[in-house]
Design a protein around this ligand. Structure first.
Ligand SMILES: Nc1ncnc2c1ncn2[C@@H]1O[C@H](COP(=O)(O)OP(=O)(O)OP(=O)(O)O)[C@@H](O)[C@H]1O
Length: 270
């Protein structure tokens, strides 16, 4: 039961547009899943069904056995935290500390516990030095970490990250990689929407490809990036190094530089 399940779930916007058509997907606690696919494929709509922001018009979404139709969005969002793509859609407090402390306080946690949580998540996201600052005075990419910290401070069972690497440099991506590892250790399920195929290839074993309202493949990252048909349908490209490997005949299954070098040595060995 420690899972989120989309069971034949469809979603239609009030204007009648069907954005998700019959999705089936299970994400377990402690698991990491990347959702990829062209703009408008329905990724954001699908994750909003997972945290109760959208209720399916057909089928069901079960969060740890609770049907989202029977609970308020606030109740489900406490289990499944959603980090917005744009941090400025989420942040509204005057200091980074207040932003992170807001939801734990709202949940009426003791002040000492709130303080402990704020410091723990700030350390995890490497934003301790910003705690007293106004979130809008710090760089955009750091603001994104503030929003991740704010959700983690509520101790959700799952967290949804919408485009976490957008605008991040290598240092930021390293922090995110470490955060994903830490979340796995403490059994928090992570669902990440990403257009960053390097990030997906390096950090996720399981990838869900979406196209035209549907999940077209849910599988191992290597299988997805090796499959030309899936890449074409979902309009995604393999990671850059994989594209080079494919173009020079080293194979379609290369995910990173280490694998590229190994394969290159194998094929060029006398
Ligand atoms: N509020 C809305 N009302 C009507 N249609 C909407 C609404 N929000 C999104 N859509 C449409 O639903 C479809 C799926 O949108 P969604 O945001 O889920 O796609 P996505 O795969 O997350 O795209 P992106 O990668 O661009 O974020 C799109 O065609 C979009 O225009």
């Amino acid at each position: 039961m420690n899972q989120i399940e989309l069971r034949n779930a469809s979603f239609q916007y009030p204007n009648g547009f069907l954005a998700n058509d019959d999705l089936n997907l299970i994400v377990k606690r402690g698991e990491r899943v990347a959702i990829v696919g062209q703009n408008g494929a329905g990724k954001t709509t699908a994750v909003k069904m997972m945290n109760g922001l959208h209720k399916p018009c057909k089928g069901d979404v079960l969060v740890e056995g609770r049907n989202t139709k029977d609970y308020t969005t606030a109740q489900i969002a406490r289990q499944v935290g959603y980090v917005f793509q744009n941090p400025d859609d989420q942040i509204f407090n005057q200091t980074v500390y207040a932003e992170i402390a807001y939801m734990p306080k709202y949940y009426k946690m003791a002040e000492k516990e709130v303080d402990k949580r704020v410091k723990e998540v700030a350390e995890l996201l490497e934003i301790e030095t910003y705690l007293k600052m106004n979130p809008f005075e710090i760089p955009y990419v750091t603001r994104k970490f503030v929003t991740i910290a704010a959700i983690l401070a509520t101790k959700p069972q799952y967290i949804i990250l919408d485009e976490p690497t957008a605008g991040q440099d290598l240092t930021g991506i390293k922090v995110l990689t470490r955060v994903l590892e830490e979340l796995e250790k403490i059994e928090i399920g992570v669902v990440t929407i990403t257009h960053d195929m390097e990030f997906a290839a390096n950090n996720f074993e399981r990838v869900v490809a979406m196209a035209n309202k549907k999940i077209i493949k849910d599988g191992n990252v290597r299988d997805i990036f090796s499959d030309d048909d899936i890449l074409r349908q979902s309009k995604i490209k393999r990671p850059g190094i994989g594209q080079i490997a494919d173009s020079i005949g080293l194979g379609k299954d290369i995910l990173n530089a280490r694998e590229f070098v190994k394969r290159y040595k194998e094929v060029t060995a006398p």
